[in-house]
Structure formats: structure tokens, C-alpha cells
Design a protein around this ligand. Sequence first.
Ligand code: AVI
Length: 320
Amino acid sequence: MALSPVGEEKFADTPFRDDVLEGLRREQKCLPCKYLYDETGSRLFEQICELDDYYVTRTEAGIFGQYLVEMARYIGPGAAIIEPGAGNCEKVRPLLAQLQEPAAYIPIDISPEILLAAKAEIEQQLPGLSVEAAIGDFTRGDCWPTTAAFPCARRVIFFPGSTIGNFDPQQARALLCSFRSRLEPGDGLLIGTDLVKDSVILERAYHDSAHVTERFNKNLLVRINRELDANFDLALFAHRSFYHTLRQRVEMHLVSLRAQAVNIAGQRIAFREGETIHTENSHKYSLAGFSDLLRDAGFSPLTHWSDAKQHYAIHYAQAD
Ligand code: AVI
């Protein structure tokens, strides 16, 4: 066992501490990817989205730009749009502007500051639209509005950005089932997925030439150092990401460059040379594979929109 307690009592039992220590005790060390997004991590992720190498964001934006009118037609008039993990609500704005008399927009996010600032901006841009911000972790039930709360012609969950790809297939199915449980038959889901493609393109996107993804990945160690009084030496860990063809996912790891021990929240964690911490999975889907997943979760896929290179797809599905 590569762990020995040294004065652990100094640290409260926070979920972050518990998750970090639990993840680093595993045979394959791992950390939940949600912890990549502290303030610095979120800023670095915004920079990733601007990179030439990271095709995901601009490809999705291009598809929205091209097919917004058609998407609005599928959604129909008088709809309420619910956006889990909305952040600054940037992506939904053109869609809201295109919809015919939307009944409400309900963004859900864990960060009240960003969400409330976005709410104020949207209310200014689209006067008359009711924006009901819900603060909380969308993967838990307590922050979701009840289906009766917003009288509307149709509820549509908006889940862009290939966020579904960061859940493993079982978790993704569970998340889609939980989305389904918030909807009535005939309601909709508009969701973005990154598609399976040439591994060279994928690996360049997650190991960019400007090294922003490397900083994003290593920032998790900076966060652990700061919040859990740890002593990771960043120079002794390397960023590694690769496409796993069989699992259809890009895996992101931090590789220990030599045998070493790190103190975290009063615990000593040992690393072998070459041992990795698995920090993120980014699953890629085929069109058929994602349609199957949607069906499995209680949705009927109605249509999808893609770019000319078939790098990315936005799906519209109806709750059964
Ligand atoms: C947020 N998510 C969809 C990104 C992705 O592509 O999986 C996170 C990311 N990780 C490294 N680069 C981008």
C-alpha cells in the first residue's frame, strides 16, 4: 500500500479531499475530471476552445450557425429551454434569439456568479424572455425545476459542447436517462457529440502545439497543492493524451517521470516511474452508436446536423 497517514486530522472531510485521496489510492490512479475546472482551469479551457488544434468548439459553432433556423423549427414555438451546466450561457443565445416566443430559459450551473451575470445579460438582450437561473450540480436532482414549474408547449434540454463525452458510456446512459426523467413525452433534447475520426486529428486536439492542454491538465496538481496542502512538483509530471481506438475515447493522463512520493492532505502517496494519474476521458461517438444510446435512454432520435468533414454532430431527439 503506497500510503501512510501523517497528521490527516488538519484537513476537513471535503468531497474534493475525499475524491482526490480515494482516486490516488486506486490501482490505476485517477481523479474526477470535474476538478479540472477551478477558476484557472476554466480560463485555460476557454483558451483551448480558441486553439486551431482544438476543432471541437469552432466546428460545433459552425453547425449551429448553419442550421439554427432548422433547429428552431424542430423545437417549435413556446418552448422552455433547460441548459444543464450552462456556465456563461454563451452558446444558447443565438438559439434563444431564433426561437418563436420561447416560454422560458432555465440555465443550471454550480457557479452562481457566472450564471447570474449571464442571466442579467440575456434579459437585457432578449427582453420579455423569462430567465430562471437554477444554482446547483446538474448531475444531482435537487436543482432541477419540476416539469410543472414552467407552463410551455415543450421542454427542450440543451446540452452542447460534447460534455456528454466526458462521461463513460454507463454514466452517459444514466445521465441521458435522468434527462429523460425530467421530460414529458414529446419534449426534446438538443445535444452535441464529438465524432469518431482520424486519431492524428484527435491527438493533436488534446496535445496542442501551444501546450495549453498540458497547462490545463497540470493545473489539477496546482489545485491539489493549493487546496490540500500538497507538494506535487510539476516538473516531475508530464502531460500525456492518446486516442484509445477500442474504447473510442481520448484519455488524458499525468505521468510520473520518476519514482517519487507526494504529501497530500497529510497523506503520503507513492508513484512509480512511468505510473500515471488518469485525469479525463473524452468519448467519441459514431452517429449510429449515439442514436442507440439515445434510444436506450428513452429518446427517439429525430435528426442530426453535422459539418462537411463529419467531425462533430448535433442531435435532436424526442422523449418517448
Ligand atoms: C469539456 N470537454 C467537452 C472537453 C473535451 O473535449 O472533452 C474538455 C477538454 N479536455 C481537454 N481538452 C478539452
